[in-house]
Design a protein around this ligand. Structure first.
Ligand code: UD1
Length: 432
């Protein structure tokens, strides 16, 4: 089983560069399926398992996907199927965003329904309701959803999302780009990754306005073409390094981090006593003056509120803060599995429903722990970096889904962390 071995307590310094955002690349690759002509080139694409899975998913139905360094080229003029293989789609929930492009361009899509995952139930009802509002018919058949557009194609519609789902907003923006007439998505997700998708769609010839606000308006066009686009920096990778710098750094510089995308995290780190400065192409962070961060209360919510994908990492930091913090998770119902693992390292955390009460302890101690999902894995790495002694982190397939070169990036900052490769383990379920 591959594992990370971390010797804790070493200070961090220097610069680390954040790559392109995983959660932006995945819908961008799916959106490339909308191009009837031309080639798309997407730059600053991180080398991640999830990205490989999405590339394989669109290749399996006829897209030509070529990776050169950090650029990916996609040509989608020869799509031969509207049914990506079930085993590929089931590897990753985010694959469901191929439904919108296929339905809009080919009037049909048959996609395996994503199951629940480690962090919660995660339905796709809002995606499907939105497609239905645009005239599609959805039939559920043996674990698949079979979507068919009317003979004349999807029609623009007014769609209200019960919750501002990131994935549903993406699927509906893409579908509406090739629908007839005008679509309005109300209570849309405002995440920067969705703005990035809208920019890419517009470069492909779409007419999307308002991305990044609650209301997105789309005028459908008849065809789209390939386009060039550079992915926005990964705010969660950036956030993970900012937390590390706030715990152990001496002016760690997180290059390519965009402060506008990280306002809630920066505000919380400052409230806890860290110093954070916005520089020309990145963010610099220092620990609290007295050494330890102070307790704070954190509540996750939809963007621009505090991101659920940074909940586990801040909890790891607060587990060694001065005083008692609370961390409330409102986006997913089961996203506290890292609590038990942090407890193995000496953290004093108990949960009450969706709230975790974190009593800061003087020190964590190294232990063997297992990543239960992607961001939980990042939290355990942070905990290992501050703990006394040696920590072993297992379950690396989760971390590989979302962090490109995590080990070498931390080594570059002076962390004592290494990866030991041994025979493979089974891969288990995925999550955000
Ligand atoms: C995306 C991110 C993930 C992040 C999450 C919330 C990607 C690839 N993943 O996931 O990292 O944690 O946003 O910021 O971008 N919901 C419904 N019905 C639906 C869809 C969603 O009830 O049809 C609910 C979910 O159960 C959840 C909430 O809405 O409670 C948010 O989910 P959503 O924004 O859709 O998350 P994802 O797009 O799956």
């Amino acid at each position: 089983m591959p594992k990370l071995v971390i010797e804790g307590g070493f200070p961090l310094s220097g610069t680390v560069r954040v790559g392109g955002a995983k959660n932006a690349v995945l819908p961008l690759l799916a959106a490339s399926l909308l191009a009837e002509s031309g080639m798309s080139q997407i730059d600053d694409v991180p080398n991640l398992l999830d990205v490989c899975n999405m590339a394989e998913t669109i290749s399996s139905i006829g897209a030509r996907v070529e990776r050169r360094g950090t650029s990916v080229r996609v040509q989608a003029n020869r799509i031969h199927s509207v049914e990506p293989p079930q085993d590929l789609v089931r590897r990753m929930r985010a694959s469901f965003v191929v439904a919108g492009p296929l339905l809009a361009r080919f009037k049909e899509a048959k996609i395996s329904l994503p199951g629940g995952c480690n962090i919660g139930n995660r339905p796709v009802d809002l995606h499907i309701k939105g497609f239905e509002a645009m005239g599609a018919v959805a039939q559920h058949e043996g674990g698949y959803v079979h979507l068919k557009a009317p003979a004349g194609g999807l029609r623009g519609a007014r769609i209200y999302l019960d919750v501002p789902s990131v994935g549903a907003t993406q699927n509906l923006m893409m579908a509406a780009s090739l629908a007839k007439g005008h679509t309005v998505i109300e209570n849309a997700a405002k995440e920067p990754e969705n703005v990035d998708l809208a920019n890419y769609l517009n470069a492909m010839g779409a007419r999307v306005r308002g991305a990044g606000t609650d209301t997105i308006r789309i005028d459908g066009v008849t065809r789209l073409h390939g386009a060039n686009h550079t992915v926005i920096p990964d705010r969660i990778e950036a956030g993970t390094f900012l937390v590390a710098g706030a715990l152990l750094g001496s002016g760690v510089y997180v290059e390519n981090a965009v402060s506008d995308h990280l306002m809630s995290l920066i505000a919380k780190l400052e409230e806890a006593g860290a110093r954070v400065e916005d520089e020309v192409v990145g963010i610099r962070v220092w620990p609290a003056e007295r050494g330890r961060l102070s307790a704070i209360d954190v509540k996750t919510h939809f963007y621009p509120s505090y991101p659920t994908d940074m909940q586990a990492q801040i909890m790891a930091a607060l587990s060694v803060a001065l005083g008692t913090s609370t961390v409330t998770e409102t986006v997913f119902e089961n996203r506290f599995m890292h609590v038990a693992e942090l407890a193995r390292m000496g953290a004093n955390i108990h949960t009450q429903g969706r709230m975790a009460i974190v009593e800061g302890v003087d020190r964590l101690s190294g232990a063997a722990v297992t990543a239960t999902d992607l961001r939980a894995g990042a939290a355990l790495v942070l905990a290992g970096l501050v703990a006394e002694g040696e920590t072993e982190v297992l379950g690396l397939h989760h971390i590989d889904r979302g962090y490109d070169n995590l080990v070498s990036k931390f080594q570059q900052l002076g962390a004592h962390i290494r990866r030991l490769e041994t025979p493979t383990e089974d891969t288990g379920a995925e999550s955000a």
